[in-house]
Design a protein around this ligand. Structure first.
Ligand code: ADP
Length: 427
Protein backbone atom coordinates (compact mmCIF):
# COMPACT_ATOMS: atom_id res chain seq x y z
CA UNK A 1 0.00 0.00 0.00
CA UNK A 2 1.36 3.47 -0.84
CA UNK A 3 1.45 6.23 1.76
CA UNK A 4 -1.40 8.72 1.28
CA UNK A 5 -0.22 12.16 0.14
CA UNK A 6 -0.43 14.81 2.86
CA UNK A 7 -3.50 16.95 2.15
CA UNK A 8 -2.80 20.07 0.11
CA UNK A 9 -3.32 23.31 2.00
CA UNK A 10 -6.60 25.02 1.09
CA UNK A 11 -7.22 28.76 1.10
CA UNK A 12 -10.56 30.52 0.60
CA UNK A 13 -10.12 33.44 -1.81
CA UNK A 14 -12.78 36.11 -1.57
CA UNK A 15 -14.04 38.17 -4.53
CA UNK A 16 -11.18 37.69 -6.96
CA UNK A 17 -11.90 38.57 -10.57
CA UNK A 18 -10.88 35.53 -12.63
CA UNK A 19 -9.62 37.66 -15.54
CA UNK A 20 -6.70 38.67 -13.28
CA UNK A 21 -4.76 35.42 -13.27
CA UNK A 22 -1.72 35.96 -11.03
CA UNK A 23 -3.09 34.80 -7.70
CA UNK A 24 -4.50 31.59 -9.23
CA UNK A 25 -1.21 30.86 -10.94
CA UNK A 26 0.60 31.62 -7.67
CA UNK A 27 -1.62 29.09 -5.86
CA UNK A 28 -0.67 26.50 -8.42
CA UNK A 29 3.04 27.18 -7.91
CA UNK A 30 2.61 27.08 -4.12
CA UNK A 31 0.69 23.79 -4.27
CA UNK A 32 -2.33 25.39 -2.59
CA UNK A 33 -5.95 24.57 -3.44
CA UNK A 34 -8.29 27.53 -3.75
CA UNK A 35 -11.95 27.73 -2.77
CA UNK A 36 -13.14 30.73 -4.74
CA UNK A 37 -15.88 33.01 -3.47
CA UNK A 38 -16.76 34.56 -6.85
CA UNK A 39 -17.50 38.23 -7.24
CA UNK A 40 -21.25 38.82 -7.42
CA UNK A 41 -20.83 40.68 -10.73
CA UNK A 42 -18.94 37.85 -12.39
CA UNK A 43 -20.32 34.50 -13.48
CA UNK A 44 -17.70 31.79 -13.18
CA UNK A 45 -18.44 28.56 -14.99
CA UNK A 46 -17.75 25.43 -12.90
CA UNK A 47 -16.52 23.79 -16.11
CA UNK A 48 -13.84 26.41 -16.70
CA UNK A 49 -12.31 27.15 -13.34
CA UNK A 50 -9.05 29.13 -13.06
CA UNK A 51 -5.90 27.18 -12.09
CA UNK A 52 -5.85 25.77 -8.53
CA UNK A 53 -9.57 26.44 -7.92
CA UNK A 54 -11.16 23.27 -6.56
CA UNK A 55 -14.52 24.67 -5.51
CA UNK A 56 -16.83 27.65 -5.99
CA UNK A 57 -18.54 28.99 -2.90
CA UNK A 58 -20.90 31.85 -3.75
CA UNK A 59 -21.44 34.17 -0.76
CA UNK A 60 -22.91 37.64 -0.39
CA UNK A 61 -20.00 39.01 1.63
CA UNK A 62 -21.01 42.66 1.34
CA UNK A 63 -24.80 42.28 1.49
CA UNK A 64 -25.05 39.68 4.25
CA UNK A 65 -21.71 39.22 6.03
CA UNK A 66 -23.29 37.39 9.00
CA UNK A 67 -24.74 34.70 6.74
CA UNK A 68 -21.48 34.50 4.77
CA UNK A 69 -19.58 33.96 8.03
CA UNK A 70 -21.95 31.25 9.16
CA UNK A 71 -21.67 29.40 5.81
CA UNK A 72 -17.87 29.55 6.07
CA UNK A 73 -18.05 28.24 9.65
CA UNK A 74 -20.09 25.26 8.49
CA UNK A 75 -17.77 24.66 5.56
CA UNK A 76 -14.80 24.77 7.94
CA UNK A 77 -16.45 22.29 10.32
CA UNK A 78 -17.26 19.80 7.60
CA UNK A 79 -14.08 20.29 5.53
CA UNK A 80 -11.50 22.48 7.29
CA UNK A 81 -9.48 24.99 5.27
CA UNK A 82 -6.14 26.47 6.26
CA UNK A 83 -6.66 30.12 5.52
CA UNK A 84 -8.76 32.86 3.97
CA UNK A 85 -7.60 35.86 1.99
CA UNK A 86 -8.65 38.52 -0.49
CA UNK A 87 -7.13 41.02 -2.89
CA UNK A 88 -10.33 43.09 -2.82
CA UNK A 89 -9.83 45.91 -0.36
CA UNK A 90 -13.42 46.27 0.92
CA UNK A 91 -13.42 42.58 1.89
CA UNK A 92 -10.29 42.86 4.08
CA UNK A 93 -12.22 43.35 7.37
CA UNK A 94 -14.61 40.50 6.59
CA UNK A 95 -11.70 38.17 5.88
CA UNK A 96 -10.02 39.22 9.14
CA UNK A 97 -13.28 38.54 11.05
CA UNK A 98 -13.63 35.07 9.55
CA UNK A 99 -9.98 34.23 10.24
CA UNK A 100 -10.37 35.35 13.84
CA UNK A 101 -13.64 33.45 14.31
CA UNK A 102 -12.14 30.23 12.90
CA UNK A 103 -8.71 30.55 14.51
CA UNK A 104 -6.94 30.92 11.15
CA UNK A 105 -3.97 33.19 10.37
CA UNK A 106 -5.12 36.76 9.78
CA UNK A 107 -4.68 40.45 10.37
CA UNK A 108 -6.94 40.59 13.40
CA UNK A 109 -10.10 42.67 13.51
CA UNK A 110 -8.53 45.82 14.86
CA UNK A 111 -5.72 45.98 12.34
CA UNK A 112 -8.11 45.20 9.50
CA UNK A 113 -10.22 48.19 10.52
CA UNK A 114 -7.18 50.42 10.90
CA UNK A 115 -6.09 49.73 7.34
CA UNK A 116 -9.62 50.06 5.96
CA UNK A 117 -10.76 53.21 7.69
CA UNK A 118 -8.69 56.21 6.65
CA UNK A 119 -9.65 58.06 9.86
CA UNK A 120 -8.13 55.36 12.05
CA UNK A 121 -5.15 54.98 9.73
CA UNK A 122 -4.34 58.69 9.86
CA UNK A 123 -4.65 58.74 13.67
CA UNK A 124 -2.45 55.69 14.13
CA UNK A 125 0.26 56.99 11.81
CA UNK A 126 0.23 60.39 13.55
CA UNK A 127 0.45 58.75 17.00
CA UNK A 128 3.48 56.77 15.83
CA UNK A 129 5.19 60.03 14.83
CA UNK A 130 5.09 59.31 11.11
CA UNK A 131 4.64 61.97 8.44
CA UNK A 132 0.94 62.82 8.24
CA UNK A 133 -0.70 65.85 6.56
CA UNK A 134 -3.03 68.00 8.65
CA UNK A 135 -6.40 66.22 8.65
CA UNK A 136 -9.93 66.42 10.04
CA UNK A 137 -12.45 63.61 10.20
CA UNK A 138 -16.05 64.39 9.21
CA UNK A 139 -18.68 62.05 10.59
CA UNK A 140 -21.75 63.75 9.13
CA UNK A 141 -22.11 66.03 6.10
CA UNK A 142 -22.77 69.14 8.18
CA UNK A 143 -19.63 68.74 10.31
CA UNK A 144 -17.10 69.98 7.75
CA UNK A 145 -16.51 73.45 9.21
CA UNK A 146 -13.61 72.23 11.39
CA UNK A 147 -11.73 71.48 8.19
CA UNK A 148 -11.61 75.16 7.17
CA UNK A 149 -8.66 75.56 9.57
CA UNK A 150 -6.49 73.27 7.41
CA UNK A 151 -4.00 74.66 4.92
CA UNK A 152 -5.60 74.63 1.46
CA UNK A 153 -5.81 72.96 -1.00
CA UNK A 154 -7.25 69.92 0.77
CA UNK A 155 -8.43 66.51 -0.39
CA UNK A 156 -11.83 65.14 0.65
CA UNK A 157 -12.21 61.36 0.64
CA UNK A 158 -14.50 58.61 1.91
CA UNK A 159 -13.11 57.05 5.10
CA UNK A 160 -13.78 53.58 3.70
CA UNK A 161 -13.18 54.29 0.01
CA UNK A 162 -11.03 52.47 -2.53
CA UNK A 163 -9.94 52.92 -6.16
CA UNK A 164 -9.91 56.71 -5.67
CA UNK A 165 -13.70 56.61 -5.48
CA UNK A 166 -14.97 60.12 -4.75
CA UNK A 167 -11.52 61.45 -3.77
CA UNK A 168 -11.73 65.15 -4.64
CA UNK A 169 -9.51 68.20 -4.19
CA UNK A 170 -10.95 71.47 -2.82
CA UNK A 171 -8.82 74.53 -3.51
CA UNK A 172 -10.37 76.92 -1.01
CA UNK A 173 -12.54 76.91 2.14
CA UNK A 174 -15.36 78.42 0.04
CA UNK A 175 -15.48 75.26 -2.11
CA UNK A 176 -15.40 72.87 0.80
CA UNK A 177 -19.13 72.60 1.60
CA UNK A 178 -19.97 71.75 -2.02
CA UNK A 179 -17.12 69.23 -2.33
CA UNK A 180 -18.08 67.53 0.96
CA UNK A 181 -21.70 67.22 -0.27
CA UNK A 182 -20.54 65.80 -3.58
CA UNK A 183 -18.23 63.21 -2.00
CA UNK A 184 -20.96 62.25 0.48
CA UNK A 185 -23.32 61.70 -2.44
CA UNK A 186 -20.78 59.50 -4.25
CA UNK A 187 -20.42 57.43 -1.06
CA UNK A 188 -24.19 57.00 -0.79
CA UNK A 189 -24.45 55.88 -4.41
CA UNK A 190 -21.40 53.66 -4.63
CA UNK A 191 -20.44 52.27 -1.23
CA UNK A 192 -22.44 49.71 0.70
CA UNK A 193 -21.72 51.55 3.95
CA UNK A 194 -21.07 55.29 4.40
CA UNK A 195 -18.58 55.54 7.23
CA UNK A 196 -17.66 59.22 7.08
CA UNK A 197 -15.05 61.37 5.38
CA UNK A 198 -11.50 62.51 5.87
CA UNK A 199 -10.41 65.99 4.82
CA UNK A 200 -6.65 66.30 4.62
CA UNK A 201 -4.07 68.74 3.34
CA UNK A 202 -3.00 68.23 -0.25
CA UNK A 203 0.41 66.61 -0.56
CA UNK A 204 2.38 68.17 -3.34
CA UNK A 205 4.83 65.81 -5.00
CA UNK A 206 5.27 62.67 -7.06
CA UNK A 207 3.42 59.53 -6.05
CA UNK A 208 4.86 56.05 -5.46
CA UNK A 209 3.58 52.57 -4.74
CA UNK A 210 5.50 50.16 -2.55
CA UNK A 211 5.02 46.38 -2.62
CA UNK A 212 5.96 44.53 0.55
CA UNK A 213 5.54 41.19 2.24
CA UNK A 214 5.43 40.87 6.03
CA UNK A 215 6.00 37.70 7.98
CA UNK A 216 6.02 37.55 11.77
CA UNK A 217 6.60 41.28 11.95
CA UNK A 218 9.52 41.35 9.53
CA UNK A 219 8.74 43.52 6.53
CA UNK A 220 10.43 42.90 3.22
CA UNK A 221 10.10 45.86 0.85
CA UNK A 222 10.12 44.34 -2.63
CA UNK A 223 9.73 47.26 -4.96
CA UNK A 224 9.08 50.98 -5.15
CA UNK A 225 7.38 52.20 -8.31
CA UNK A 226 6.48 55.59 -9.73
CA UNK A 227 2.77 56.41 -10.00
CA UNK A 228 2.83 59.81 -11.70
CA UNK A 229 1.82 63.07 -10.10
CA UNK A 230 -1.96 63.35 -10.39
CA UNK A 231 -2.98 66.90 -9.50
CA UNK A 232 -6.77 66.46 -9.16
CA UNK A 233 -9.46 67.62 -8.70
CA UNK A 234 -10.26 63.92 -9.26
CA UNK A 235 -7.54 61.32 -9.08
CA UNK A 236 -7.86 58.80 -11.86
CA UNK A 237 -4.98 56.31 -11.74
CA UNK A 238 -2.62 56.43 -14.69
CA UNK A 239 0.78 54.80 -14.74
CA UNK A 240 2.86 52.53 -12.59
CA UNK A 241 6.52 52.00 -13.45
CA UNK A 242 8.98 50.15 -11.27
CA UNK A 243 11.67 50.39 -10.05
CA UNK A 244 11.40 54.12 -9.47
CA UNK A 245 14.52 56.19 -10.01
CA UNK A 246 15.15 57.50 -6.49
CA UNK A 247 18.29 58.72 -4.79
CA UNK A 248 19.52 56.15 -2.23
CA UNK A 249 18.73 58.39 0.75
CA UNK A 250 15.16 58.94 -0.50
CA UNK A 251 14.74 55.21 -1.09
CA UNK A 252 15.92 54.56 2.46
CA UNK A 253 13.48 57.15 3.82
CA UNK A 254 10.64 55.45 1.92
CA UNK A 255 11.58 52.01 3.26
CA UNK A 256 11.82 53.36 6.83
CA UNK A 257 8.44 55.07 6.61
CA UNK A 258 6.74 52.03 5.09
CA UNK A 259 8.22 49.58 7.60
CA UNK A 260 7.26 51.89 10.48
CA UNK A 261 3.72 52.17 9.10
CA UNK A 262 3.34 48.38 9.24
CA UNK A 263 4.13 48.37 12.93
CA UNK A 264 2.00 51.48 13.63
CA UNK A 265 -0.98 49.74 12.04
CA UNK A 266 -0.17 46.29 13.43
CA UNK A 267 0.31 44.58 10.07
CA UNK A 268 2.73 41.78 10.85
CA UNK A 269 1.81 39.14 8.27
CA UNK A 270 0.87 39.17 4.62
CA UNK A 271 1.32 41.24 1.50
CA UNK A 272 0.82 45.01 1.50
CA UNK A 273 0.47 47.73 -1.09
CA UNK A 274 1.42 51.17 0.19
CA UNK A 275 0.86 54.42 -1.65
CA UNK A 276 2.72 57.57 -0.72
CA UNK A 277 3.76 60.96 -1.98
CA UNK A 278 7.18 62.53 -1.68
CA UNK A 279 6.74 66.05 -0.43
CA UNK A 280 9.47 68.24 -1.84
CA UNK A 281 10.52 65.17 -3.83
CA UNK A 282 12.16 63.73 -0.68
CA UNK A 283 9.92 63.30 2.31
CA UNK A 284 7.54 60.33 2.25
CA UNK A 285 3.93 60.85 3.40
CA UNK A 286 1.74 57.76 3.28
CA UNK A 287 -1.57 58.02 1.45
CA UNK A 288 -2.59 54.57 2.55
CA UNK A 289 -1.42 51.07 3.28
CA UNK A 290 -3.59 48.28 1.92
CA UNK A 291 -3.15 44.92 3.65
CA UNK A 292 -3.47 42.88 0.48
CA UNK A 293 -1.76 42.39 -2.88
CA UNK A 294 -2.37 45.59 -4.86
CA UNK A 295 -4.26 46.06 -8.10
CA UNK A 296 -6.07 42.70 -7.86
CA UNK A 297 -2.72 41.02 -8.53
CA UNK A 298 -0.92 43.61 -10.66
CA UNK A 299 1.49 44.14 -7.75
CA UNK A 300 2.57 40.51 -8.08
CA UNK A 301 3.42 41.08 -11.74
CA UNK A 302 5.39 44.26 -10.95
CA UNK A 303 7.28 42.89 -7.93
CA UNK A 304 8.10 39.70 -9.83
CA UNK A 305 9.70 41.52 -12.72
CA UNK A 306 11.57 43.93 -10.51
CA UNK A 307 12.91 41.46 -7.92
CA UNK A 308 12.14 37.92 -9.00
CA UNK A 309 9.91 37.50 -5.93
CA UNK A 310 6.77 35.34 -6.14
CA UNK A 311 4.43 37.59 -4.18
CA UNK A 312 1.22 35.72 -5.08
CA UNK A 313 2.57 32.32 -4.02
CA UNK A 314 4.17 33.75 -0.86
CA UNK A 315 1.03 35.65 0.10
CA UNK A 316 -1.02 32.46 -0.15
CA UNK A 317 1.55 30.53 1.87
CA UNK A 318 1.36 33.16 4.61
CA UNK A 319 -2.46 33.06 4.47
CA UNK A 320 -2.28 29.28 4.97
CA UNK A 321 -0.01 29.71 8.00
CA UNK A 322 3.11 28.54 6.19
CA UNK A 323 6.24 30.68 5.96
CA UNK A 324 6.91 32.44 2.67
CA UNK A 325 9.64 30.98 0.49
CA UNK A 326 12.97 32.69 1.16
CA UNK A 327 13.04 36.07 -0.54
CA UNK A 328 16.05 37.77 -2.09
CA UNK A 329 17.82 40.44 -0.06
CA UNK A 330 18.03 41.16 3.67
CA UNK A 331 14.77 42.09 5.45
CA UNK A 332 13.43 45.62 5.05
CA UNK A 333 15.76 46.37 2.15
CA UNK A 334 14.52 46.73 -1.40
CA UNK A 335 15.73 43.69 -3.26
CA UNK A 336 18.07 44.27 -6.18
CA UNK A 337 16.28 45.07 -9.42
CA UNK A 338 16.53 42.57 -12.21
CA UNK A 339 14.48 44.54 -14.72
CA UNK A 340 11.58 46.98 -15.01
CA UNK A 341 7.86 46.42 -15.21
CA UNK A 342 4.96 48.73 -15.86
CA UNK A 343 1.22 49.04 -15.82
CA UNK A 344 -0.51 51.55 -18.05
CA UNK A 345 -4.04 52.14 -16.88
CA UNK A 346 -6.07 53.23 -19.87
CA UNK A 347 -7.91 56.39 -18.79
CA UNK A 348 -11.65 56.67 -19.42
CA UNK A 349 -10.95 59.96 -21.16
CA UNK A 350 -14.64 60.84 -21.27
CA UNK A 351 -18.06 59.45 -20.44
CA UNK A 352 -21.06 57.94 -22.19
CA UNK A 353 -21.61 54.63 -23.95
CA UNK A 354 -18.35 53.17 -25.27
CA UNK A 355 -18.55 52.65 -29.03
CA UNK A 356 -14.93 51.64 -29.69
CA UNK A 357 -11.60 51.16 -27.96
CA UNK A 358 -8.77 51.75 -30.44
CA UNK A 359 -5.19 50.54 -30.18
CA UNK A 360 -5.44 47.57 -27.80
CA UNK A 361 -5.21 44.86 -30.48
CA UNK A 362 -1.95 46.32 -31.79
CA UNK A 363 -0.54 46.41 -28.25
CA UNK A 364 -1.45 42.76 -27.65
CA UNK A 365 0.98 41.81 -30.43
CA UNK A 366 3.87 43.80 -28.89
CA UNK A 367 6.50 41.46 -27.39
CA UNK A 368 6.99 43.81 -24.41
CA UNK A 369 3.33 43.39 -23.44
CA UNK A 370 2.59 40.37 -21.23
CA UNK A 371 -1.07 41.00 -20.42
CA UNK A 372 -3.88 43.26 -21.43
CA UNK A 373 -6.64 43.08 -18.86
CA UNK A 374 -9.72 44.63 -20.38
CA UNK A 375 -12.47 45.54 -17.94
CA UNK A 376 -14.68 47.81 -20.04
CA UNK A 377 -15.91 47.00 -23.52
CA UNK A 378 -17.94 48.61 -26.31
CA UNK A 379 -21.51 48.92 -25.08
CA UNK A 380 -20.52 49.64 -21.47
CA UNK A 381 -21.54 52.98 -19.99
CA UNK A 382 -18.94 55.16 -18.25
CA UNK A 383 -20.54 57.57 -15.82
CA UNK A 384 -19.01 61.04 -15.60
CA UNK A 385 -16.65 61.86 -12.75
CA UNK A 386 -16.83 61.91 -9.75
CA UNK A 387 -18.74 58.62 -10.15
CA UNK A 388 -16.40 55.70 -10.67
CA UNK A 389 -17.21 53.08 -13.27
CA UNK A 390 -13.88 51.26 -13.32
CA UNK A 391 -10.78 51.35 -15.44
CA UNK A 392 -11.12 50.38 -19.11
CA UNK A 393 -7.93 48.28 -19.30
CA UNK A 394 -4.51 47.57 -17.84
CA UNK A 395 -1.53 47.11 -20.14
CA UNK A 396 1.22 45.20 -18.34
CA UNK A 397 4.65 45.22 -19.87
CA UNK A 398 8.26 44.47 -19.05
CA UNK A 399 11.31 46.46 -20.12
CA UNK A 400 15.07 46.53 -19.66
CA UNK A 401 14.80 49.79 -17.71
CA UNK A 402 12.24 52.19 -16.25
CA UNK A 403 13.21 54.76 -18.93
CA UNK A 404 12.22 52.27 -21.62
CA UNK A 405 8.89 51.76 -19.85
CA UNK A 406 8.34 55.51 -19.81
CA UNK A 407 9.04 55.82 -23.55
CA UNK A 408 6.65 52.92 -24.18
CA UNK A 409 3.90 54.64 -22.16
CA UNK A 410 4.33 57.80 -24.24
CA UNK A 411 3.56 55.79 -27.36
CA UNK A 412 0.49 54.17 -25.75
CA UNK A 413 -0.85 57.61 -24.85
CA UNK A 414 -0.90 58.42 -28.56
CA UNK A 415 -2.37 55.15 -29.79
CA UNK A 416 -5.05 54.02 -27.33
CA UNK A 417 -8.29 55.97 -27.56
CA UNK A 418 -11.87 55.38 -26.44
CA UNK A 419 -14.85 56.65 -28.41
CA UNK A 420 -18.17 57.40 -26.76
CA UNK A 421 -21.75 58.05 -27.78
CA UNK A 422 -24.11 60.05 -25.56
CA UNK A 423 -26.34 57.97 -23.27
CA UNK A 424 -30.04 58.57 -23.81
CA UNK A 425 -31.77 59.96 -20.75
CA UNK A 426 -28.50 61.07 -19.07
CA UNK A 427 -28.50 64.64 -17.80
P1 ADP B 1 -8.35 55.31 -2.38
O1 ADP B 1 -8.15 54.36 -1.25
O2 ADP B 1 -9.78 55.53 -2.72
O3 ADP B 1 -7.49 55.01 -3.57
P2 ADP B 1 -6.44 57.36 -1.60
O4 ADP B 1 -6.37 57.99 -0.29
O5 ADP B 1 -5.37 56.39 -1.96
O6 ADP B 1 -7.88 56.72 -1.80
O7 ADP B 1 -6.47 58.50 -2.68
C1 ADP B 1 -6.56 58.25 -4.07
C2 ADP B 1 -5.63 59.18 -4.82
O8 ADP B 1 -5.95 60.54 -4.53
C3 ADP B 1 -4.17 59.03 -4.40
O9 ADP B 1 -3.54 57.99 -5.14
C4 ADP B 1 -3.62 60.40 -4.68
O10 ADP B 1 -3.27 60.56 -6.05
C5 ADP B 1 -4.78 61.31 -4.38
N1 ADP B 1 -4.70 61.82 -2.99
C6 ADP B 1 -5.35 61.34 -1.90
N2 ADP B 1 -5.02 62.05 -0.79
C7 ADP B 1 -4.15 63.01 -1.18
C8 ADP B 1 -3.45 64.05 -0.52
N3 ADP B 1 -3.59 64.28 0.80
N4 ADP B 1 -2.64 64.83 -1.26
C9 ADP B 1 -2.49 64.63 -2.60
N5 ADP B 1 -3.14 63.68 -3.28
C10 ADP B 1 -3.95 62.86 -2.61
Amino acid sequence: MTEPHPPRPTVVLVYQRTSLPWIFEGAQRAGIDVVLVPRPDESVSPDRLPPAVVELLPLDVEGDPAKALSVLKQRHESAPFDGITTLYDPAVPFVADVAEALGLPGLGRETARAVQDKRIMRRRLAEAGLNVPGFVTVDDPGAWTDATRLTFPVVVKPANGFSSLGVTKADSPEQLAAVVDEVWEVCRNSLTRVAGLVVEEYLDGPEFAVESLAHRGEVQVLSIGYKGEPAGPHFEEGVYRAPAALAPHVQEAVVREVVAAHSALGVSDGPTHTELRLRGGERPYLLELGARIGGSGVSHYIAGHVTGADLAADALRVAAGLGPAPLPGPPAQPARATGAAANYIVPCGGSGRITAIHGLDELAADPRVDHIVQMLHPGDVVRPYPEFTGYPAFVLSHHPSTEDAEAFHRTIEETVRIEYAPVEGAQ
